[in-house]
Design a protein around this ligand. Sequence first.
Ligand SMILES: CC(C)(COP(=O)(O)OP(=O)(O)OC[C@H]1O[C@@H](n2cnc3c(N)ncnc32)[C@H](O)[C@@H]1OP(=O)(O)O)[C@@H](O)C(=O)NCCC(=O)NCCS
Length: 149
Amino acid sequence: MIDILPARAVDAGWLAEIHAQAFDDSWSAADIATLLDGPGTYAFAARFDGAPAAFILCRVVADEAEILTLATIPAGRRRGGAAALIDAGAAAALAGGAVNLFLEVAQDNHSAVALYNGKGFVEVGRRRGYYRRPDGAVAALLMRLDLNN
Ligand SMILES: CC(C)(COP(=O)(O)OP(=O)(O)OC[C@H]1O[C@@H](n2cnc3c(N)ncnc32)[C@H](O)[C@@H]1OP(=O)(O)O)[C@@H](O)C(=O)NCCC(=O)NCCS
């Protein structure tokens, strides 16, 4: 069973453990706590059968919101955790006054791009050569979800 719950700065330790399992360039608990203490920033976590498996960190500034990070541990993937977290993050962004939800994703991150396309995000820009790779560089796609649709 999946459940989605708000996460706070006090949860930064286990959020960082999830982040470290999902990214090579992981964020520390202190980084995450600092973000969560900042204005407009909020997070939700997903638990499977009570065990934390994924989280989303978002920020609302005026009428725009952004997904700062989204991570699911490898053992918890393809169970709908990230999709449910996007729904929770988008609903909170709308409630906080945002009309659009933005994110940036590497063009070669096919699982994340498929996830975002499936949730209705559309590409609205790209930064060419933004992410370095051993054999070159790939673009960052800027994607937007219209929260009123
Ligand atoms: C991207 C990521 C967050 C997806 O998390 P997840 O919890 O496995 O995603 P979900 O189970 O909610 O997937 C929802 C849908 O997204 C798409 N999707 C997710 N992973 C996919 C994959 N590996 N290949 C193709 N489509 C995928 C599918 O449409 C999926 O629905 P389906 O399983 O019914 O086919 C996870 O793979 C991850 O943490 N990756 C490393 C960190 C990262 O890249 N974060 C995003 C940075 S922008």
